[in-house]
Design a protein around this ligand. Structure first.
Ligand SMILES: [Zn+2]
Length: 343
C-alpha cells in the first residue's frame, strides 16, 4: 500500500485533499492535528506525492521517480523539518525559506512539512509566520502537531485545519489480523491499546511490544502480589522510557476494564477480553472508587515520568499505592458500614 491508500479510516480527509488538487485549490498552509501515531506524517507525505506524481495525478502511483524520492525523504522540492534535540530552531525555518525562494527545478511545487510544529522556538515561529504571510504561487506548508494549542494563534489562523480521525477499534483489529497475522484475541487487545491510531497499532504489533504486553498482562492477572512486585522491578530496570510508558498504559487500560466491569458494563466493551475471568475476579476485591483512585495514580505517575521525574521514586510510590489499594478499599467499606449501622 502506498500514498493515500495507506490511510485506512481517513477517507474523508483524503477526498478533501484530492479534491483540492483536482480543482486547483490547494491551500498555502495546512495544520494537520492528531495524537502521536495517528498518521499525520503519512497523510502529509501522501499529499506531497499526489501533488508531484504525473502517473496518477491527484493520487500517487508509488513507483515513479517523484513518488519514490518523496517516500525516501530525498526529493529536492519536499523539505521535511523535524525537531532537533526537542526543538525546531530558527535556522531550520530559514533553510526552508531559502528553499522556497529558489525556483523549483524539479516538478512545479515546493512543499514544506514541519513535524512537531509545536516545538518551534519563538524565533522560529515568528520566522515561519512571515513565510505564511507572504504566500507564493505553488508552495504548500504542512504543519503537523499533536498539541496544536501550543502554536501561535496567528499561525493557526493562517492554516486550513485537518484533524486526523480516530479509527474504530474493530477496523484496526481486522487490519492487524489481515496484515500482521495476529490472532483475533491479540488483534483486539492491540487495537484497544492503539486507541484509534493506526500508526500506534502498527508500532504495538511489533514482536518486542507483543512480548511486553503479554508479560505485563500476566503480572496484572496474577492472583499474588508478587505479580505487581515483578512489574515494578521490571519497569525500574528497563532502559527505555517508552517501554515504561507502555507498561503504565497497559496498566491504565487494565484498571479501566475493571471499572467498566464493576459498573456493570457489557464484557464486549472491555479491551482485555482474553483476560475477562481474571478481571472479574479482581473486581470483587476493589471498590469502584478505589479503582478510579488507582487510575489517577497511574496517570499522575505517567505524567511525572514524562516530565523527567526520578523514575525509581515515582514507580516505588506508584506501586506502593497500588499494593495498598486493596486494604484501603476494604477499610473504606468498613467505615461505610460502620457509619450506616450507627445511624
Ligand atoms: Zn508517482
Amino acid at each position: 500500500m502506498h500514498g493515500f491508500d495507506s490511510l485506512m479510516g481517513q477517507e474523508t480527509l483524503v477526498q478533501r485533499l484530492q479534491q483540492a488538487i483536482i480543482s486547483g485549490r490547494v491551500a498555502h498552509a495546512y495544520l494537520i492535528t492528531g495524537a502521536l501515531g495517528s498518521g499525520k506524517k503519512t497523510l502529509a507525505m501522501a499529499f506531497a506525492q499526489a501533488l508531484f506524481c504525473n502517473v496518477q495525478p491527484g493520487s500517487a502511483c508509488g513507483t515513479c521517480r517523484d513518488c519514490r524520492r518523496i517516500e525516501a525523504g530525498n526529493h529536492p522540492d519536499v523539505i521535511i523539518i523535524e525537531p532537533d534535540a526537542g526543538k525546531i530552531k530558527i535556522d531550520q525555518v530559514r533553510r526552508l525559506k531559502e528553499q522556497f525562494a529558489l525556483q523549483a527545478y524539479e516538478g512545479s511545487w515546493k512543499v514544506g512539512i514541519v513535524v512537531g510544529a509545536e516545538t518551534m522556538t519563538v524565533e522560529a515561529a515568528n520566522s515561519l509566520l512571515k513565510l505564511l504571510e507572504e504566500p507564493s504561487g505553488r508552495a504548500v506548508i504542512m504543519l503537523l502537531s499533536s498539541s496544536p494549542s501550543m502554536l501561535l494563534p496567528t499561525i493557526v489562523s493562517r492554516c486550513q485545519r485537518i484533524a486526523m480521525k480516530r479509527i474504530p477499534r474493530q477496523l484496526i483489529a481486522s487490519f492487524l489480523e489481515r496484515e500482521y497475522g495476529l490472532s483475533p484475541e491479540r488483534a483486539a487487545v492491540v487495537a484497544g491499546l492503539a486507541d484509534g491510531r493506526l500508526g500506534r497499532a502498527k508500532e504495538l504489533a511489533k514482536e518486542e511490544n507483543l512480548v511486553r504486553m503479554d508479560q505485563v498482562l500476566s503480572a496484572l492477572a496474577s492472583k499474588e502480589r508478587r505479580g505487581l512486585e515483578a512489574l515494578r522491578l521490571a519497569a525500574q530496570l528497563d532502559a527505555e522510557p517508552e517501554a515504561v510508558e507502555f507498561t503504565l498504559q497497559i496498566l491504565t487500560v487494565w484498571l479501566r476494564d475493571m471499572l467498566l466491569l464493576s459498573s456493570g458494563c457489557s464484557p464486549d466493551m472491555i479491551v482485555y477480553q482474553n483476560r475477562y475471568e481474571e478481571l472479574l475476579e479482581q473486581c470483587k476485591l476493589y471498590s469502584p472508587s478505589a479503582i478510579i483512585q488507582a487510575i489517577w495514580q497511574v496517570e499522575d505517575a505517567a505524567r511525572a515520568l514524562k516530565a523527567n521525574a526520578y523514575r525509581h521514586l515515582t514507580l516505588d510510590a506508584l506501586f506502593y499505592q497500588l499494593a495498598d489499594l486493596n486494604s484501603s478499599s476494604r477499610a473504606s467499606e468498613v467505615y461505610k458500614y460502620g457509619k450506616s449501622s450507627g445511624s
